[in-house]
Design a protein around this ligand. Structure first.
Ligand SMILES: Nc1ncnc2c1ncn2[C@@H]1O[C@H](COP(=O)(O)OP(=O)(O)OP(=O)(O)O)[C@@H](O)[C@H]1O
Ligand SMILES: O=P(O)(O)OC[C@H]1O[C@H](OP(=O)(O)OP(=O)(O)O)[C@H](O)[C@@H]1O
Ligand SMILES: O=C(O)c1cccnc1
Length: 492
């Protein structure tokens, strides 16, 4: 059984915005339901002012496509909806069409864990325009959030410099699926484990945890609390030492750590959850080492994120394991990835593809026409540049030139000797999933291997290195012509 099915046994087909269905009604009514179209799902800016993004959420998106089917209940519900004249919003004939509708689209996507950049399609949907439209909202919902959290997680894991990060966010996550998706995406981004037990069961993520202040508070004194915990859980002892006086807490943990050692067990560590985490971790490390508990790890938590972690590292904090919750799963400093889903081309009555462009006052928001693909160029050291090109312009001209669409004077010539790979791969053919489901472990490894392909500067949190991404020259020229044409049309 696949993940979405395990979580939701109800039909998810109505997980969409009403306007997708009203547009679908329009396409159907005007005889255009089957007109072929291509849409691209992409974002315009790396989140968190960062230098990269990690794609995630594809498995959920594919399950959504696989399960797409209006149930009898869905149709009955839609039949109840009324327009502003009190009459049914949708005609019975249209509902009967929906009842029989099966997805016949082709989807291409970048595999989860791939490092991606603004304007590169994460998913490309090609098929009857009505179907493409019906998939829009769910695809954005499923991919935007996990991509955002995988990226946040990678940033946090970079800040710890390889020390394990435990994801503790469930209590602050945005509802049930917010919690589950966050645990999955955080693991993809590099977290070592989650406290979320259901995520552990569903996704196979390692689960880890310590204990709360309430455990300590429920006893007469802290030492008894640690002793009783050690008695009950001798193989899982990370004592939370800051309920009363932190350094006193460390001394109590050490007493119990020594008892555990004498009984043939091992105290895993202590947890700090308040106060000056740099000072306290340095002091705690000294006390633990002096007592011979050199292997006991110091876990820290308390509103951590990549900025506080970086600061603590520079202060010489002796924290070995980082518990990160709220600021990870809520993507505190940027709570949404602005992924969009834009029409790239439609097939006209002569059966030819007609590229489409959405103009905007802001150049960054003007969409790119065509059937887009991203080609990544690599040399022996890793990735050199990405080129967005139009598959309709085939074959590509020899000698690749990248043009920055926001500043066409910025160009890059790509040596013919470079290797290249296309990022979008087929994942759905005529409605059938052709992408083999990947283990989360494999996706997580890919994210790490991908990051290693790039100049380390893209991982810098302040003013990161800007990895070159541009349009292939024909595509750039075509887009520019189309913009000029569209401006003329709108002015006349
Ligand atoms: N040495 C440090 N340098 C930078 N940030 C730190 C340091 N120590 C702790 N922090 C961070 O500062 C914030 C500390 O929180 P704050 O001072 O509001 O109260 P607290 O320590 O949580 O106390 P309490 O939980 O008892 O209210 C947290 O985000 C924590 O991660
Ligand atoms: O700080 P986060 O990154 O979200 O990590 C999870 C937090 O959740 C727990 O405490 P909780 O917040 O429930 O209570 P407390 O902070 O008042 O101890 C834990 O002790 C952490 O502080
Ligand atoms: O196990 C822990 O220490 C934990 C779990 C959830 C939230 N805060 C801490």
């Amino acid at each position: 059984m696949t993940t979405l099915t395990k979580i939701y046994d109800t039909s998810l087909t109505l997980l969409t915005d009403l306007y997708q269905l009203t547009m679908a009604h329009g396409y159907w009514k005007t005889g255009r339901a089957e007109q072929e179209a291509v849409f691209h799902l992409y974002f315009r800016k790396n989140p968190f002012e960062g230098g990269y993004t990690i794609a995630a959420g594809l498995e959920y998106a594919l399950e959504y496509v696989r399960r797409f089917q209006f149930s009898g209940d869905d149709i009955s519900y839609l039949a109840e909806l009324e327009g502003n004249d009190g009459r049914p919003l949708f005609s019975p004939e249209f509902l009967s069409y929906l009842n029989d509708l099966e997805i016949t689209c082709d989807l291409h996507a970048v595999p989860e864990g791939t490092v991606v950049f603004p304007h590169e399609p994460l998913v490309r949907v090609c098929g009857p325009i009505l179907q493409c439209q019906l998939l829009e909202t769910a695809l954005l919902n499923l991919i935007n959030y996990q991509t955002l959290i995988a990226t946040k997680s990678a940033r946090i894991c970079t800040a710890t410099g390889g020390d394990p990060v435990l994801e503790f966010g469930l209590r602050r996550a945005q509802g049930i699926d917010g919690g589950l998706s966050a645990s999955r995406a955080a693991y993809i981004g590099g977290c070592a484990a989650t406290s979320n037990v259901l995520a552990g069961k569903l996704f196979g993520i390692p689960v880890k945890g310590t204990h709360a202040h309430s455990w300590v508070m429920s006893f007469e004194d802290e030492l008894s609390a640690f002793e009783e915990y050690a008695e009950a859980m001798p193989n899982n002892c990370v004592f939370l030492v800051d309920t009363y006086n932190t350094l006193e807490g460390v001394r109590n943990a050490i007493r119990v750590g020594i008892q555990l050692r004498e009984a043939g067990h091992k105290m895993v560590g202590i947890r700090l959850d308040s106060g000056d985490l740099a000072y306290l971790s340095i002091e705690a490390r000294r006390l633990l080492d002096e007592a011979g508990l050199t292997e006991a790890a110091i876990v820290a938590s308390n509103d951590l994120d990549e900025a506080t972690i970086t600061s603590l590292k520079t202060q010489g904090a002796r924290i070995a394991i980082w518990g990160v919750g709220t600021r990870l799963v809520t993507a505190y400093d940027q709570p949404a990835l602005g992924g969009v889903y834009k029409l790239g081309a439609v097939r006209n009555e002569n059966n030819e593809w007609e590229p489409k462009l959405k103009l905007s006052e802001q150049a960054i928001k003007t969409s790119t026409p065509g059937i887009l693909q991203t080609r990544r160029f690599l040399n022996e050291n890793g990735a050199v540049a990405d080129m967005i090109y139009d598959e309709l312009q085939n074959p590509l001209p020899a000698g690749n030139v990248l043009i920055d669409p926001l500043d066409p004077t910025r160009r890059r010539f790509l040596d013919e000797s470079l290797q290249s790979e296309d990022l979008l791969i087929p994942v759905v053919r005529k409605g059938e999933i052709v992408h083999q489901q990947e283990s989360l472990e494999k996706i997580r490894e890919r994210a790490q291997q991908q990051l290693d392909l790039f100049h380390v500067g893209i991982q810098r949190h302040l003013e990161p290195h800007e990895y070159p991404v541009g349009l292939e020259q024909n595509l750039y020229n075509f887009k520019t012509e189309q913009i000029l044409l569209a401006r003329k049309l709108t002015q006349s």
